[in-house]
Design a protein around this ligand. Sequence first.
Ligand code: BG6
Length: 511
Amino acid sequence: MAALISPSPAAPAGTPPAPPCSFVIFGASGDLTGRLLTPALYHLMREGLLDPGFEILGIDRIEHDDAGFRRTLGEALHTLGADARNGIDEAAWDRLAAGIRYLQGDFADPETYRRLAEHLAQRAEATGRANAVFYLAVAPRFFAPIAAALSSAGLLTESDRCFRRLVVEKPFGTDLASARELNAKLLAAASETQIYRIDHYLGKETVQNILAFRFGNGIFEPLWNRDHIEHVQITAAETVGVERRGRFYDATGALRDMVPNHLFQLLAMTAMEAPNSFAADAVRTEKTKVIEALRNLSPEEVPRMVVRGQYDAGTVLGKPRAAYRQEPDVAPGSITETYVALKATIDNWRWSGVPFYLRTGKSLAVRRTEIAIQFKQAPAVLFREAVDGPTPNLLVIRIQPDEGISLRFAAKVPGREMRLGHVEMDFRYAEYFQAEPQTGYETLIYDCLTGDPTLFQRADNIETGWAEVQPILDRWVAHPEAPQLYTAGSDGPACADELLARDGYKWLPLT
Ligand code: BG6
């Protein structure tokens, strides 16, 4: 078998391969392993960024042997992970597949951890490699018990010769109290430096590019404040409905699912101060400071500042979509929101008085995540007589799917009268950089393997996010009301438009 495996290609210039490691996936037969982790690991192997002795050890209850598990991951990669341009590089897959193993076991059974310890010890003896990453791709109720069991089995003990790391997926708690409790339990099992809490938005190139754009250019930062910016809109619009996640989603809703994590990450990247360096703690501290500066809403303010909607039947991308309440595993009278929009205020020197409007929803007209910065209007004095006055400059950072950045500015429309039109300068990632499509998990996994936690959430990042949305959750519990309905395939509920209209603004149209 080994003879068939071609050597690793050279890693991209300047990027060293990650150290040898066992990548232990708890919940290995779940959706995440096939859909995201396997393609991401394959991409890393193809780029020469994994050590040739890299091992993937799947752990789950269902029956498999090494070959069966390898086959399952291979099928998932070939159906979901194939990159349309290049297809699958079979040699890279073979290199990855050679290190795939499976351990059948119950997460609650100490015997599972004893066998895992035995496996890792044998591997360390045979290869001199004892590094391990434990990836918790499991339901949240298992996070703390697995961490505790790993710790009791001595599997989280590091030494000069090996690292042991724990990766925890979202959702991280369901409110402030549960997030604190989970942090306390994880920190009883491992130290903060061993815990890698994932927010997959941070793996997106375009999200990381926000910092490059802001701090790598001299011309934007001087304008990036209340003197020049009128307001900011952050949108994460999805066309998907709840699909097969009704049970999870109906207990969660759009606010918990998207706001304290993904949308706050986008807000933090947009509004944070320049860190002293790109060192993990320098970046994470600045991000936490912005979220901490968000004004906490009083119970009375919540209905005015936060609106919610739920999709009704409609047509999304030309296909009929049932009403949310008719979706599988959703209660027929559910008052869970599938859309939320809110006005956030950052009480600090830079942003005082600049509203940040956030919106996210499912079953909308288009899939689009973007940050729109509207600058203050130029004084209109010169153009009082003009047929059309100036429109404010607008900078749009498009996170997905059409990644790029555009800047709108005024220009004279050719002709004899002074007439202003607006034009757009547009940078599109796909045209400029010939980057191959990736899942976003490549960066996160590589960073975890190399011990760089910059793109992961620290305990305080998580708790600050929850602390900001907790008053909203409390108010909704105290005053349960049905969200306003919006037609599936539309731009969202009317109440979201009213939220901005009160301040004299409009959302950028989705279509
Ligand atoms: C997940 C949410 O965290 O993010 C999903 O649970 C949502 O409901 C998804 O669809 C959005 O991620 P992306 O990368 O498609 O914007």
